[in-house]
Structure formats: C-alpha cells, structure tokens
Design a protein. Sequence first.
Length: 342
Amino acid sequence: MRKTILSAAIGAVVLGLGAQGAAAATLDDVKSKGTLTCGVSTGLQGFSAPDNEGNWSGLDVEYCRAIAAAIFGDPDKVNFVALTATDRFPALQSGEVDVLSRNTTWTLSRDTSLGLDFRTVNYYDGQGFMVPKDLGVSSAKELSGAAVCVQSGTTTELNLADYFSSNGMDYNPVVYEQLEDVNNAFNQGRCDVYTTDQSGLYAIRLTLTDPDNYVILPEIISKEPLGPAWRQGDDQWGDVVSWVHYAMLNAEEFGITSENVDEIAESSDNPGIKRLLGTETDSKLGADLGLDEKWAYNVIKLVGNYGEVFDKTVGTGSPLKIDRGLNALWTDGGLQYGPPIR
C-alpha cells in the first residue's frame, strides 16, 4: 500500500512537472515560429480594429507589436487573431494564441479557475452607460424599466445585474454574443441603453449613424482593469509580457520617446536610463528575460513609450480623445506605475 501511494505521489509530481514544462515554452515557441500570435477583439476602435485592408490598430494592437519588437526587433512579426468575448479564453487556453491582448478585465475567477495569469493593467477602465439624447435622462439612476443592450460572455452582464438590483431598479436585458450585433441593435433603436466599458462606449459612439445624438452618462459602476493574459505556469513568458509594459511606462517617466531615444542612448549617464536602453556595460537584464539587451530600446524606438501609444490610439491624438485620467503616470496623479528596471 505504501508503495502504491508513493508511486501515485511520484506520478502526480512528474505529471505536474510535465504540464509545467509544456506550459513554460511559449517564448521558445514564439522564437521558433518567428512570429507572435496575439488574440485581439473582432473590432473595437481605439483598442483593436482592422481597416479595410486588414491592417490592425489600437492600444491592444500596439501592445502586441511592442512584445514582438522586444523579441524580434521587429514590431510587424505579429499574427492577429480576432476573438469574440466568448471564444477568447478557450483560444488562449488551447494555445491558439500566445497572448491575449483584448480589452479583458482582470478578475479573481479569471486569474484562478481559467488557468490564466494577469499581472499588468494597460488601461484602467470602468463600466458606463450610453443613451440617445432624446431619451431625456442625465443619470443612470433614471434608467429603471429600460431595455439595455449588453454583450454576453463579459463581466458587463454581471455588473449590470448588480447595479440595477442594488438600486432597486428593473431592466430588460437585450443580449448578443457578437459585438457587432450589439452595436447594430442599439443603432437601430432595439434598446434604450448601451452598457460596456466606458472606453468602449466612446469608440462605439463613433460608429453610430449620428454620434452627436448620443450621450455617455456620468456614472461609472465598476472597476475594469484591462490588460494582457497568458497561460498559468509560464513565468518566463509572463515576465516578458509584463516588463514590456513596464519598460514603456519607465520610458515615459524618463522622458524617452521614439523620436529622442537614440540621442538619449548615446548621451545619458543616468544609470536607470542606461539599464533601460541596454547601454550599461555587462548588463544581463535582457538575458534574464530571455531577450536581447536592446529589447526595451527596440520597444521604445519601434513602438513608443506608453504615453505616445495612449495618445495616438485612444487619447487626444485619436478620434476618441479620451483624457489620461487614471491612466496617467503616478507622477501625474494616475495609477500607471512601472517598477524599476535594475
């Protein structure tokens, strides 16, 4: 009996190690195939959306390109896979994609029971409501009895139910799986209210027949920390994905941009900058990640710092014109904070 128990225990350990080893090969696999496979949305302006020629753009897209720049020194070595809210997690779990960068909220259940890992937040968001101006409401507290368009397979559904229940209000959910179907239903007047992350509402409003006829209500009813996800058990890959984001934040804090990075790399004596840009003598920080010592330099030079990317995709330099708000650097009163690269 003791031998049986011991054998079973050893077998379990071996299986566990085998599973961990299998999961821990993402960086090697990406390098081997020569391209990063990145899961994105089916089309959300500002975050991940293709143009008529199939060229992708948006905050999440730039994050994928930054990871590719860190690994290959080429931000174009990315294969984008469009995923619905329902199929995004199975696609990552099965290995169809290497990383999920798809306006996805970090929650406890997703971080545990789904076998996924989250660590960084590239956009701090919150759920809101959009209504036609002629509905004549100025607060979500006035929406009792409304028909509300919402996408299935998202945290939005539960947040919506919680909000109306806690405020003693009734509502009629109008649910669709595909984002495009939700957009069409709202545009055609099949519901009174559209609810999703507030950033998404700004993007969706631009696609409506007459954007000026719609208003986004002031209430934010949830915390929606959006960020990339990867498979559990792959610490090295998680480090790469996370530190790409941190490098972009540190670059912005140092005032390093895609335009001045070469000049600063040549002239700066700041130890922190030298470590970031890989110009410090005998540095092995890149090697510790499994990357070249110029990994962060390539991210900044080829993609930009966090502020540059934010501005051109969702910020003042984009059609959405969203204020930095919580997504400002910590030095400017926001929540974005990059741990030191040392």
